[in-house]
Design a protein. Structure first.
Length: 446
């Protein structure tokens, strides 16, 4: 069965398990033919992001479940780099979104705000003029103003010369008064940080690569700025004219916890989202370079705790959600002594709170589309997708459709250590496929 469409009724745990067991990947949703040029089209190539999904998924869902003639509000409660939000804005839909990570909010705002290409060009020329001394090579400390991060941790990642040149670029960017323009340039700045540091680019967790030569910031910045400028021009000419002139009436992006959404009841037509996966990424750690430079974070440990899916949860919120499938998985893990039981229990509880919020802000008849993968830990199947269906039913949703899709080119590491569950490099043979397929769960608010 490539995908299923169901009549409205609540499914028992065993019916949910049977339904998923009968699924086959639907080739229409794998987008295997897409090249990086397609998946990074328009502003989608502004910034890398772990587990970013491809715009083709969002576009196909919007084509299937929205009508371009109707005013439509699209929401993503876990925006990440804003794929859903940018796709919605491109069509002239209104878009609301949240992410707990300031870096995600910066990227989303930059990706979803079309800037007048002529004004942007003037700003670019101003910046060249302002930083012209850097054209001839590194400029000594004090010769240009610089803004440096307060934390000493920055020295772990950046050699002195790179650090000072980045500080000089940042000082110029912070002079830009227009917030939309400043976000655009800061997004470019954020994107080049890893290239200009000792960050191990192939690693899924923060690690230094002492064998690599960090790039020089100013030329690296200029190359990426050129790409972003071209993409902005194409985006500007793609969005409807009303969006260009009134973007702030179309776009509402908040740095906020998805367990307490800052949007009114019954305000959204469709949600398209991919939640954090338990134990996959520590987003707080992975975005620490931008967070340090832009002073988003004071205490990394504190910051980590706000993230759903962290492997070291210490939050003491009460537990929410009842899922027989989750209980069975957790019991198997306890027997096998897997050790991740508290984080997985906390993850399902946190997601249960999000589902209640999803339900609250959707209009009756509105749809919540969740993209999620399953995985294995010490041979135990962690059936996130099946648990999600059960918990979403509990929140009041009915299951409308499940699509199983193969992931040909998604920016996800494909292998996991079977014991720890951690992502690892592709070369280790005993490791298992992490998320070879994923599910798109489409639930409806009756
Ligand atoms: C899988 S990513 C989303 C990727 C996104 N679909 C994209 O295309 O870039 C999940 C996101 O959930 C965010 N997140 C984690 N905990 C959160 C919370 N409590 N509230 C809101 N967002 C949270 C993470 O910061 C991360 O950006």
């Amino acid at each position: 069965m490539p995908s299923i469409a169901l009549k409205e009724r609540l499914l028992s745990a065993s019916q949910i398990l049977d339904l998923f067991a009968g699924l086959q990947p639907d080739p229409a949703w794998s987008f295997a033919e897409c090249t990086p040029r397609d998946t990074c089209r328009l502003t989608h190539g502004y910034h890398r992001y772990p587990a970013k999904f491809i715009p083709q998924i969002v576009d196909k869902l919007l084509d299937s479940y929205t009508n371009p003639r109707w005013p439509t509000v699209v929401n993503d409660l876990f925006m990440g780099s804003g794929t859903t939000i940018a796709c919605a804005i491109e069509r002239g839909y209104r878009a609301t979104g949240t992410d707990i990570n300031e870096v995600a909010c910066l990227i989303t705002r930059a990706k979803s705000t079309p800037l007048d290409p002529e004004k942007l060009e003037r700003r670019r020329l101003w910046l060249y003029e302002r930083l012209r001394p850097l054209d001839d090579g590194y400029v000594s400390n004090g010769a240009l103003p610089a803004i440096l991060p307060g934390s000493e941790r920055i020295d772990t990642w950046f050699p002195e010369r790179q650090k000072h040149e980045l500080g000089q670029i940042l000082a110029a960017l912070m002079e830009i008064e227009d917030e939309d323009e400043r976000n655009f340039f800061l997004c470019c700045f954020s994107h080049i940080l890893k290239n200009c540091s000792l960050w191990h680019m192939g690693s899924t967790k923060p690690a230094r690569d002492l064998s690599r030569e960090p790039r020089r910031p100013w030329p690296t910045f200029l190359v990426h700025l050129q790409k972003m400028t071209d993409r902005n021009r194409a985006f500007w000419h793609t969005v409807p004219p009303a969006v260009r002139t009134h973007i702030h009436e179309y776009l509402d992006v908040r740095c906020h916890d998805a367990r307490e959404l800052p949007f009114p009841d019954n305000s959204v037509d469709i949600q398209i989202t991919s939640p954090p996966y338990v134990t996959s990424y520590e987003y707080a750690d992975l975005h620490q370079l931008t967070a340090l430079w832009l002073h988003y974070v004071h205490d990394l440990r504190d910051f980590r705790q706000k993230f759903i899916g962290t492997s070291r949860p210490t939050n003491h919120r009460p537990y929410h959600g009842r899922s027989a499938i989750a209980e069975e998985i957790l019991a198997q893990m306890e027997t096998a002594n897997v050790g991740l039981v508290p984080s997985i229990r906390r993850f399902f509880s946190d997601m249960s709170e999000c589902f209640a919020e999803s339900y609250r802000i959707l209009k009756p008849g509105g749809r919540a589309c969740y993209v999620i993968g399953n995985t294995q830990l010490k041979g135990i199947a962690v059936r996130n997708a099946e648990v999600f269906v059960e918990l979403m039913q509990e929140a009041g949703f009915v299951l409308e459709r499940v699509i199983m899709r193969q992931i040909p080119s998604k920016i996800l590491p494909q292998r996991r250590d079977p014991n720890s569950g951690r992502f690892v490099s592709h070369q280790i043979p005993q490791c298992v496929e992490a998320y070879p397929v994923e599910y798109i769960i489409i639930m409806r608010k009756p």
